[in-house]
Write a protein that binds this ligand. Structure first.
Ligand code: PRX
Length: 647
C-alpha cells in the first residue's frame, strides 16, 4: 500500500492545482468570494466586524488611527482583556467543561485541561504575580518547556496587564539573559528542568550562572516539571505551586486599553541584536481569532486542532494559545519531539485524539517523508479534514506527500505565509474557496493588501510588501522606534517591507521565495547571520567569521560558517566540533553550523566589507557572480579548495 502511495505522490506532482473537495466546501464556514468582496469594499468596516466578535468591556468607536504612520493604532478607545476573551467568556457561556488542551507528555502522561480548570489556574497565578509585585505594564519573562503551565503563565500576565516575553526553551541561558536585560523583566517564570527525548536537562540551575546580571529581575518562579533538585535562592526564587496555593483563587480580569502591550517576542533581524517585536491587545486578538477561525475553517464543537509549534515561537503564541483559546477550540498540546518515543508518535496522537486539523512546518513534513509512509499508514488518520503548513516555502514534493500520505487526498492544505511581525496569517487560502497550488500560499486574506515592489534581482520576482495597515501588525520594536521605521518602512510609511522575495502568477497567487536580508531560516526558525558570527568570534581561537546559508533538503537552509583563525591556532576536527558547540552554547542548538570552512582570509571589497553573496556562491558550488569589487580575487580560489577539503 505504501508503494502505491509513493507512486501516487509522483503522479500528482504533475497536477498544477487542487480545488476544494466538494464535501469540504459544502460544510465550510466560507465557500464563496463574498468575504473578499466585503473586505475590499469596506476594509475598516470589515475589521471592525471581526473585532466585534471579541468581548469588549468598553466598545471602541474608532477603528484605525493612522494620523502618525507607521505608528498605527487600532480600536484605541476600546477596552478589553485577552485572558477574559480566551477563558471567562467561554465559561460564562456554559463551556467550562470543554477541553482546551489534551496535554500529552513525552512519556505518555495525559492531562485534559478544561476551560474551567484553566481559568481557575490562571486566576491563582495572576494573583500570585501580583503578590510578587508585578503590576500592569511590567515585563514578565517566561522560559518553559511545552507544559500547560506555559499557557497559564502567559494568560495570567494578560489578565493583569503585565507584558510577557517568552523565550523559546531551546535557546541557551545567555540568550535568555540578553532578552531579560533588554526588556527590563521584573520576574522570570521557568522550570526546574526539561525533558527532551528521554533525557532530563536542568534549566533553573543553568540559568543561575547568568541571571545575576539582569538588574531588573526581582523574582524567579520555578515550575516543577522534572522533579530535579534545584538550588533555590531564598531572597529571589519561589515555587510556582507554592505561590499558587497561597494566592487568592479569584482574580477578575483587568480591562486594558486596546493598544496596551500584550507581549514582546524577540526575533532575529539582520544585525546581531535581536528585535523585540511588540504586539498589543485588541488588534492582535482580532487578527489571530479571525485567521484561526477562517483559515482553519473552525467548527469548535467538533474539531480537535493540533498545531505542533512550540509556544516559544510566534506560531505558538498565535495558533497554540491566543487564536485557538479565543475561539473556544479543543487543541492537542504535545510536550515532545516528533521522533520520541518513536517516529510515528504524531500519527499515534492524531488517531488517539481524533485530530481533525493539523498544522506543522515543511521541515517536519520532510523528516516524516524520510522516515517513510509506512509509519503514518499504521494509524487511522481518517479524522483529519484539514492540513496546514507554516514557516518556510513548502516544496511541491513535500506538499504532495502531505496531501496523499497524511491527508488521504481529502484534506485541503493551507500554506500560510506570515511572520512574527505580522502577528497573524496574511497570505493563505480560505480552504472552502481557494484552489491550492503546491508551493504557493495563494492569495492575501480578506482585509489584507499585499503587493510586490521591484528589488535588486532584476528578474520577475519582487519584494513582498503589505500596503495597508492591519490590526495584528507589530506596533514597534520594543524601545527602538527608529529601528522599527528603518527596518520595515524604508519605502514609505504605508509600505510594510516583509524582507521576503516573492513572485505573483497569472491568477494573482503569491509564491514566496525566501528572505532577502541576512536572515537564515533553519527548520522554520529565524536566525541572523550576524548573531551566529558574533558567537563564533567570541571563541578565543577565532579571528573572523562570515556566515551564509546553503539549501538543505531537510532543514530548508543550513548554516555554513567561514572561519579565519587567530595566529597560532591550527584547524582540526576537534576545533571544528568545539566551534559548533560554542555557538550552540551561546545561542542554542538550532544555531549550530552544519559546516565550518577554514579560510585563510575572507573575500572583501576594497573598503573591507565581507562579500557574503560570493561566499554563498562558494558554499553552493555555483558559478561566481561579479568579482570586480574584490580587493583580492585570488581569495575565492583558495576558499574553494579549502571547502573541498572540509567537504
Ligand atoms: O521568510 C518567511 C518565512 O518565515 C519568515 C518569518 O519567520 P518568523 O517570524 O520566525 O515566523 C515564522 C512563522 C510565521 C518569513 O519572512 N515563512 C513563513 N511562512 C512561510 C514562509 N515562507 C514561505 N511560505 C510560508 N508559508
Amino acid at each position: 500500500m505504501t508503494t502505491d502511495r509513493t507512486r501516487r505522490v509522483e503522479d500528482l506532482l504533475a497536477v498544477p492545482s487542487f480545488a476544494p473537495p466538494a464535501d469540504f466546501r459544502e460544510k465550510a464556514l466560507v465557500n464563496d468570494e463574498s468575504l473578499y468582496q466585503q473586505a475590499a469594499a469596506d476594509r475598516l468596516g470589515f475589521w471592525a466586524e471581526q473585532a466585534r466578535t471579541l468581548h469588549w468591556d468598553q466598545p471602541f468607536t474608532r477603528v484605525l488611527d493612522d494620523s502618525n504612520p507607521p505608528f498605527y493604532r487600532w480600536f484605541d478607545d476600546g477596552r478589553l482583556n485577552a485572558s477574559y476573551n480566551c477563558l471567562d467568556r467561554h465559561v460564562a457561556a456554559g463551556l467550562g467543561d470543554r477541553v482546551a488542551y489534551y496535554w500529552h507528555g513525552e512519556e505518555g502522561e495525559e492531562r485534559a485541561v478544561t476551560y474551567g480548570g484553566l481559568l481557575a489556574d490562571v486566576q491563582r497565578f495572576a494573583n500570585a504575580l501580583k503578590d510578587l509585585g508585578v503590576r500592569k505594564g511590567d515585563v514578565v519573562g517566561i522560559y518553559l518547556p511545552m507544559v500547560p503551565e506555559v499557557v497559564v503563565a502567559m494568560l495570567a500576565c494578560a489578565r493583569i496587564g503585565a507584558v510577557h516575553n517568552v523565550v523559546f526553551g531551546g535557546y541557551a541561558p545567555e540568550a535568555v539573559r540578553d532578552r531579560m536585560q533588554v526588556s527590563g523583566a521584573k520576574v522570570l517564570v521557568t522550570s526546574d528542568g526539561a525533558r527532551r527525548k528521554g533525557r532530563v536537562s536542568t534549566v533553573k540551575d543553568n540559568l543561575d550562572g547568568v541571571l545575576g546580571e539582569v538588574e531588573s529581575l526581582e523574582k524567579v518562579v520555578v515550575v516543577r516539571v522534572t522533579g530535579s533538585t534545584v538550588a533555590m535562592r531564598p531572597d529571589r526564587d519561589v515555587w510556582f505551586h507554592e505561590v499558587c496555593a497561597a494566592a487568592d483563587p479569584v482574580c477578575p480580569a483587568e480591562p486594558v486599553e486596546a493598544e496596551h502591550p500584550l507581549f514582546i517576542l524577540y526575533s532575529s533581524g539582520s544585525t546581531g541584536k535581536p528585535k523585540g517585536i511588540l504586539h498589543t491587545t485588541g488588534g492582535y486578538l482580532t487578527g489571530v481569532s479571525y485567521t484561526h477561525r477562517l483559515v482553519f475553517d473552525l467548527h469548535p464543537e467538533t474539531d480537535v486542532y493540533w498545531c505542533t509549534a512550540d509556544v516559544g515561537w510566534i506560531t505558538g503564541h498565535s495558533y497554540v494559545v491566543y487564536g485557538p483559546l479565543a475561539n473556544g477550540t479543543t487543541s492537542v498540546l504535545f510536550e515532545g519531539a516528533p521522533d520520541y518515543p518513536h517516529k510515528g508518535i504524531w500519527w499515534e496522537l492524531v488517531e488517539r485524539y481524533r485530530v481533525t486539523t493539523f498544522y506543522t512546518a515543511p521541515t517536519a513534513i520532510r523528516a516524516c517523508m524520510r522516515w517513510g509512509a509506512e509509519l503514518p499508514a499504521r494509524h487511522d488518520l481518517s479524522s483529519l479534514r484539514l492540513l496546514g503548513s507554516v514557516g518556510e516555502p513548502i516544496n511541491p514534493k513535500a506538499w504532495t506527500w502531505y496531501h496523499v500520505v497524511i491527508g488521504g487526498e481529502r484534506c485541503p492544505i493551507v500554506d500560510t505565509w506570515w511572520q512574527t511581525e505580522t502577528g497573524a496569517i496574511m497570505i493563505a487560502p480560505l480552504p472552502g474557496v481557494v484552489s491550492t497550488k503546491p508551493g504557493s500560499a495563494t492569495r492575501p486574506l480578506p482585509g489584507i493588501s499585499a503587493d510586490l515592489v521591484p528589488g535588486d534581482e532584476g528578474d520577475d520576482s519582487g519584494l513582498l510588501v503589505l500596503t495597508e495597515p492591519w490590526p495584528s501588525m507589530l506596533r514597534t520594536l520594543y524601545g527602538d522606534d527608529d529601528r522599527y521605521v528603518r527596518t520595515y518602512f524604508s519605502r514609505g510609511a504605508r509600505t510594510y517591507l516583509a524582507g521576503d522575495a516573492a513572485r505573483r502568477d497569472e491568477d494573482g497567487y503569491y509564491w514566496v521565495l525566501g528572505r532577502v536580508d541576512d536572515v537564515i531560516n533553519v527548520s522554520g526558525h529565524r536566525l541572523s547571520t550576524a548573531e551566529v558570527e558574533s558567537a563564533l568570534v567570541s571563541h578565543p581561537e577565532v579571528a573572523e567569521a562570515a556566515v551564509v546559508a546553503r539549501p538543505d533538503e531537510l532543514t530548508g537552509q543550513a548554516i555554513v560558517a567561514f572561519v579565519t583563525l587567530r595566529g597560532g591556532a591550527e584547524p582540526s576536527d576537534e576545533l571544528q566540533t568545539d566551534l559548533r558547540d560554542h555557538v550552540a552554547a551561546r545561542i542554542g542548538k538550532l544555531a549550530r553550523p552544519a559546516q565550518v570552512v577554514w579560510a585563510d582570509e575572507l573575500p572583501k571589497t576594497r573598503s573591507g566589507k565581507i562579500v557574503r553573496r560570493l561566499l554563498r556562491d562558494v558554499a553552493e558550488g555555483r558559478e561566481l557572480g561579479d568579482v570586480t569589487t574584490l580587493g583580492d580575487a585570488g581569495v575565492l580560489d583558495r576558499l574553494r579548495s579549502q571547502l573541498a577539503n572540509t567537504g
